[in-house]
Design a protein around this ligand. Structure first.
Ligand SMILES: Cc1cc2nc3c(=O)[nH]c(=O)nc-3n(C[C@H](O)[C@H](O)[C@H](O)COP(=O)(O)O)c2cc1C
Length: 417
């Protein structure tokens, strides 16, 4: 028999604590997100389907993206024990300077379409967190405005070598003049990947309005209010070059770009040069021999060649072969700080996040990007503590097994990487 007693009113406050209601709806919304997936769910509710799908989707059957995420899920960690991890340090150095966390923001085009604070939110949040921000050639905020939003932090510029080469060369000069320290030369876009969601949604810039768009807009009035009452959506760094959005977009993908272009850009660019979109060991070796400062193992977030290699699978071999001679970064599929820690353990010097940041942006503008960064930062820190390492340099292959659900049937590196 349970003996019961009535609590004294004064004791009630010892037994339960009353939570003060959060009156700011944006903060309430963002505080409720504990993972990047939670931010994605909020983003989906608040963003028109065409803009959300443009961000969320991949090419063709979206196998590259699904596999990249699965590869991260298939990580087994091996923690050590009885180390003091009360004050760990997740900072690192990359391309000659520091970063407070072992990840930076990847370049993404059309960013203000997702949420109008766009690159300004990303760059200022990155600056506040002490991590690098990358601006795309197809960004919707200019090179100079991004620098002004992140004046003391690190800004990186991503270059598409355009059909009209002069346009790209001017961008390279502007980025150098604005103090960007690193140039990412993206090489996995000879033509555009087939983004079927965009085709099905009739995605276009400016947005095409159909009955479907109107119905989709009804539950998302704030997005439309923002979109219609803020600066016009355009490729801001390219706007002075003339040409419609469609013409500029067409010009950004040039099937003729080659190693000669890399050489020209290298001669023009005074800072660090990184090639983004490397997908084989052979190319990693070739670029390392050419003396580039870094490479990004990436399949463009699964948005270009579907069934492309999973970058995280390439990582151990590429790191073993060229990691001493160039700085290796990895992206595609990162949704959790544990993915970042696993990448560092297998030889990446740094990682980039694309969608993880954009989900935050769509969920709540600048505050949403802050939330995305802090979720990943907490996950990185906690994972390092649970692995019982104090610094990113202590992470090594002994901390990770890649489970083999997706491994190639033969593991001959000559054939598969
Ligand atoms: C909406 C969107 C736009 C992108 N635009 C560019 C771009 O303009 N230039 C580029 O090099 N990569 C672009 N990327 C690829 C990212 O830089 C990065 O490689 C990719 O997002 C990493 O995968 P994740 O989204 O799973 O993190 C884009 C990615 C997304 C999601």
């Amino acid at each position: 028999m349970t003996t019961r007693q009535m609590p004294k009113p004064s004791e009630i406050f010892d037994l339960v604590q009353f939570k003060r209601p959060e009156l700011d709806p944006r903060k309430r919304r963002l505080d409720s997100a504990l993972t990047i997936d939670d931010l994605r769910a909020i983003a989906k509710r608040r963003t028109p389907a065409a803009a959300f799908d443009y961000t969320d989707g991949g090419a063709e059957g979206e196998l590259s993206l699904a596999r990249a995420r699965q590869a991260f899920e298939d990580v087994e960690f091996h923690p050590s024990i009885l180390n003091d991890v009360s004050a760990i340090d997740p900072s690192t150095t990359i391309l000659g300077d520091g970063s407070a966390l072992p990840f930076g923001i990847a370049p993404t085009g059309f960013t203000r379409l997702m949420q109008t604070e766009g690159e300004i939110a990303g760059a200022s949040a990155a600056g506040a967190a002490g991590i690098p921000f990358s601006l795309s050639t197809l960004g919707t905020t200019s090179i100079e405005d991004v620098r002004d939003a992140n004046p003391a932090g690190r800004n990186w510029f991503q270059l598409y070598v355009m059909r009209q080469r002069e346009i790209s060369y001017q961008l390279v000069e502007r980025a150098a003049a604005a103090g960007y320290d690193t140039l990412f030369f993206t090489v996995d876009t000879p033509v555009a990947g087939a983004r079927l969601r965009d085709k099905r949604n009739g995605f276009s810039i400016p947005p095409q309005v159909s009955l479907g768009t109107v119905l989709d807009a009804i539950p998302r009035p704030w997005w439309w209010w923002d979109f219609l009452t803020t600066r016009k959506l355009e490729f801001a760094s390219l706007s002075s070059t003339g040409g419609t959005v469609g013409e500029l977009l067409d010009s950004a993908m040039d099937p003729t770009i080659s190693f000669d272009d890399l050489e020209i850009i290298r001669r023009m660019w005074p800072g660090k040069l990184v090639v983004k979109g490397v997908q084989t060991l052979d190319d990693a070796r070739k670029l390392t021999d050419l003396g580039v400062d870094g490479i990004v193992l990436s399949n463009h977030g699964g948005r270009q060649l579907d069934r492309a290699p999973v970058p995280f699978h390439l990582l151990p071999t590429v790191a073993r072969e060229v990691g001493a001679d160039t700085e290796i970064m990895v992206d595609t599929g990162i949704m959790n700080g544990a993915d970042i820690v696993a990448s560092l353990a297998l030889g990446a010097r740094f990682t980039l996040i694309g969608r993880a940041y954009l989900y935050g942006l769509m969920a709540g503008g600048r505050a949403g990007v802050d939330r995305a960064i802090s979720i990943l930062a907490e996950q990185v820190t906690r994972t390092m503590q649970l692995l019982e390492v104090n610094t990113v340099d202590e992470l090594g292959p002994e901390h990770v097994t890649q489970l083999t659900r997706l491994a190639p049937r033969t593991l001959d590196p000559a054939l598969h990487v």
